[in-house]
Design a binder for this molecule. Structure first.
Ligand SMILES: NC(=O)c1ccc[n+]([C@@H]2O[C@H](COP(=O)([O-])OP(=O)(O)OC[C@H]3O[C@@H](n4cnc5c(N)ncnc54)[C@H](OP(=O)(O)O)[C@@H]3O)[C@@H](O)[C@H]2O)c1
Length: 432
């Protein structure tokens, strides 16, 4: 005989509606698999009378979240409001009232995850957040369970569908950044105010979550180096293609092998044979290298009502099983250590550098000299005339410390042959 587990949902927007739809549509298999009937007892919203994409009896709705949080019958609280205020306070209250918690709120986990998980652990409560990274892609649970025995060396992800769509459109349709962004907005892939996506904030929240689990350390989202995609020019994408690369907004976290880690979000030159290079449009993927598993990659829809509901309901089912077995709180916060994040000036990478120069005798030598004097060695250089007396030069460096590379760039910028520094990007290798 199935048990009855009562669920309260905070938020009935994109993800909340999908969650209700999935719990209803697949109620039979959910009950078979968990041995529990999941009953939605109450749903909190801001505007009770707003039209909804899912049919919900008005008696289920409340505009007072505390009717859920303070209801002794409710076992699981599912927070799908988003943001910090009031989500943080509401989730804390749920935990104080000994509710199991499921959320898809990346900002909340990135900023307050350790505090909330520790609070949940005090009362041996489940606190699950699979939907917070990669929408429907299972990544948090696999890292905490199936891959837990590995020492992770690197996690790299395309974790923002909006920016991946824009970069894919630029590459495939030769559109410039503004045209690709406008199209993404028309199709509903980018919000009216796309700053959070374009500037890499959304990806940084997700990287804070991924890297803290991968490297068992709290990672402050504010400490993650971040560069958005607005600086990517169509010309860079064309040059990248000619050189055998694609440009992707990557969220990268790596172990330096000495107790410190790297955590950074920026547009990156990626060899076209890299598994992440093939991820196009709004799709997301996360690539992990562990010492025993080797390479693994998780791929799927990184946002949207149904995919995210899939992750949220997976969490609800996991909690339901734990409730049935009296085994909640099995996997507490996994941040057992404290690893420093390497400042960006100290990372070691290859670099792509594009500039416009005046075509004069010894021009090439004067630029090469600057690189040499700064200790940067060059893997490749190519140039092409763009108009009479002007040339575009593209340099690819060998691996070097970032501070040496940026010092070269500032010296080159004041050479008399330099007309313009066009752009530069970090280049990832095929092997991590
Ligand atoms: N959208 C995605 O594809 C996606 C993917 C992965 C993760 N997420 C995460 O999932 C969460 C929800 O996102 P969403 O896209 O579903 O947001 P959304 O469409 O804006 O929905 C938010 C819901 O919260 C309700 N709400 C707002 N303030 C409230 C309050 N003070 N009390 C009670 N209810 C309140 C709103 O009520 P009204 O409807 O009455 O206004 C709305 O139903 C966020 O953390 C987001 O980062 C979203």
């Amino acid at each position: 005989v199935s048990s009855e587990i009562k669920l309260g949902i905070l938020g009935l927007g994109v993800v909340g509606s999908g969650t209700v739809e999935l719990l209803r549509q697949n109620a039979d298999i959910i009950e078979q698999k968990t041995g529990a009937k999941i009953i939605i007892k109450k749903i909190a919203v801001r505007h009770i009378d707003k039209p909804r994409s899912v049919n919900v009896d008005r008696s289920l709705l409340t505009d007072n979240s505390y009717e859920i949080l303070d209801d002794p019958e409710i076992d699981i609280v599912c927070e799908l409001i988003g943001g910090i205020d009031p989500a943080h306070e509401l989730v804390l209250r749920a935990l104080e009232n000994k509710k199991q918690v499921v959320t898809a709120n990346k900002e909340l986990i990135a900023k307050h995850g350790t505090e909330l998980m520790n609070k949940a652990n005090e009362s041996k409560l489940d606190f699950q957040f699979e939907g917070s990274v990669g929408g429907g892609i299972p990544i948090i649970q696999p890292m905490k369970n199936a891959l837990a025995g590995n020492q992770v060396q690197a996690v790299m992800g395309i974790v923002n569908g909006t920016t991946n769509y824009i970069l894919s459109q630029m590459a495939d349709e030769n559109k410039d950044f503004n045209a690709a962004l406008a199209e993404a907005q028309e199709l509903g892939y980018a919000e009216a105010n796309p700053t959070n996506d374009i500037d890499g904030h959304d990806a940084a929240y997700k990287l804070a979550i991924l890297s803290s689990i991968a490297f068992t350390t709290p990672v402050d989202e504010a400490a993650i180096y971040r560069e958005g995609i607005a600086k990517v020019q169509l010309r860079d994408i064309q040059v990248a293609r000619d050189l055998g690369y694609v440009i992707k907004l990557l969220a990268i976290a790596k172990s330096n092998g000495n107790g410190s880690i790297q955590a950074r979000v920026h547009p990156t030159f990626l060899p076209k044979h890299h598994p992440l290079a093939a991820i196009s449009g709004v799709y997301n993927a996360v690539y992990i290298h562990g010492d025993f598993v080797g390479d693994v990659m998780f791929y799927g829809q990184g946002a949207g009502s149904k995919p995210t509901a899939s992750a949220v309901v997976g969490d609800i089912m996991d909690v339901a099983r734990n409730l049935n077995n009296g085994s909640t709180g099995r996997v507490p916060c996994t941040c057992h250590e404290l690893h420093a994040i390497t400042p960006i000036e100290k990372i070691v990478s290859k670099y792509y550098f594009r500039m416009i120069a005046t075509d004069r005798p010894k021009m090439l030598a004067s630029i090469a000299n600057v690189f040499g004097n700064c200790g940067v060695s060059i893997e490749a250089v190519q140039h092409r005339p763009i108009s009479r007396g002007r040339i575009e030069m593209v340099w690819i460096t060998h691996k070097t410390e970032e501070s040496k590379f940026t010092r070269s760039v500032s010296h080159i910028s004041i050479l008399s042959v330099t007309e313009k520094i066009a752009n530069w990007f970090r280049v990832e290798e095929e092997d991590i």
